[in-house]
Structures are given as structure tokens and as C-alpha cells.
Design a protein around this ligand. Structure first.
Ligand code: GRF
Length: 199
């Protein structure tokens, strides 16, 4: 009987994607949440995780200044202690070095609010509106050392309305994120890496 895969979820803020992922991992799911880890004690998702009964941890990046490797040497400890098989970045806003990624490559996912490879990095909604795009969306991808660049595991599209602001568009994309990430994780944890697309 194969045991369920253990999933560590890394957050920086409200953790709405983390909530969707945790809620999706019912007893029939190939995975279960083992840790929610934040880079700030102020991350609102920490309380939500605790309420859902998921162990939490905080490794604040600020004391480490620009020493990313020193921060990551601490960040990795609770992930290893929890015995995570899969790491899900969910609104995690720190850039990870190749050294950290290398420890989890092939078992680390991220959700990014654009139709990759378009709009890697920040302010994706504003950039799509600025460009006059008619569709936007979100992508779940495997994490590789290059930012927002790994193999795409799933995408969901939303239309851009002519009166959209970055905030109204972001809200529409977030609804799709909350559907896409759990759907991709369920397949990924069961060993299916076929890309999934929602329109
Ligand atoms: C979302 O837009 C997500 O795509 C991005 O961070 C934002 C907030 O995510 N990575 P969450 O509510 O903290 O999950």
C-alpha cells in the first residue's frame, strides 16, 4: 500500500492558493499536506493553515539580508524535518537560488499568474492589459533554477475585459488559480505530468 505523498506548501501572504490545495487533499487524494511554511510571521495564511490543522513554520528572510544561501539553509530545515515529498510554492515571493531548487527539482511546483512563457516576473496583470491582450490566465509549472521557466503542468485562461483594471483581472485569475493548482497537484502526486488546460 503506497503511503500518501507529503506536501509542503510555501507562502508569503494570505495563502489563498494554499487553502485551496489543503482543502483539495481529501482522504482519497494521493497526497496530504505536511507543512505550511512562510518567510514572514505576518503571513495571513499561517493562521488559516493552523485552523485547518496543518503544521506551520516561519523562517523570516529579513535577518539574512542579501545572503540568499544562508536564508535557504534555514528554509530547507522544516521542509526536510516534515519529510516533504513535494514542495508547492503558493504565493511565495522570494526568488530561490539554483542551490535550493536543485534539492527539489522534479518535485517542486509553482503557480504563476500569467500564461507562461508570457509575463514572467511581477505585475503580470498590468502588463497583459498594457499589451492589449484579450486573454490572460495562470500557469502551474515545475520549478527550475530559471525564474518562472520550468515545464508547464497546467494552464487556465480568462478573458480580459476592456474595462479591466489589474485588480479586477487579478481577482478573475485567482478564481482559476484555486481550481487549476489543486487539479494539477492531484495528477502530479499520482504520477501524471501530462499538461492540463482549462479555458
Ligand atoms: C496570486 O496571484 C498567485 O498567483 C501569486 O501570488 C498571489 C497571491 O497568492 N503567486 P495567495 O493568495 O497568497 O495564494
Amino acid at each position: 500500500m503506497s503511503s500518501r505523498k507529503k506536501v509542503a506548501i510555501l507562502i508569503s501572504g494570505g495563502g489563498s492558493n494554499m487553502v485551496s490545495l489543503v482543502e483539495s487533499m481529501g482522504s482519497d487524494h494521493a497526497a496530504r499536506p505536511c507543512l505550511v511554511l512562510a518567510n514572514s510571521a505576518d503571513a495571513g495564511g499561517l493562521q488559516k493553515a493552523a485552523t485547518m490543522g496543518v503544521p506551520t513554520a516561519v523562517v523570516d528572510h529579513r535577518p539574512f539580508g542579501k545572503d540568499r544561501a544562508a536564508f535557504e539553509a534555514e528554509l530547507v530545515k522544516p521542509i526536510l524535518a516534515a519529510g516533504a515529498d513535494i514542495v508547492c510554492l503558493a504565493g511565495f515571493m522570494r526568488v530561490l537560488t539554483a542551490g535550493f531548487v536543485g534539492q527539489f527539482q522534479g518535485r517542486m511546483l509553482n503557480i504563476h499568474p500569467s500564461l507562461l512563457p508570457k509575463y514572467k516576473g511581477l505585475h503580470t496583470h498590468a502588463r497583459a492589459i498594457e499589451a492589449g491582450d484579450t486573454v490572460h490566465g495562470c500557469s502551474v509549472h515545475e520549478v527550475t533554477p530559471l525564474l518562472d521557466d520550468g515545464p508547464i503542468l497546467g494552464q487556465a485562461t480568462v478573458p480580459i475585459h476592456k474595462d479591466d483594471t489589474p485588480d479586477t483581472l487579478a481577482a478573475r485569475v485567482l478564481v482559476q488559480e484555486h481550481k487549476l493548482y489543486p487539479a494539477v497537484l492531484a495528477r502530479y502526486a499520482a504520477g501524471n505530468r501530462e499538461p492540463l488546460s482549462f479555458s
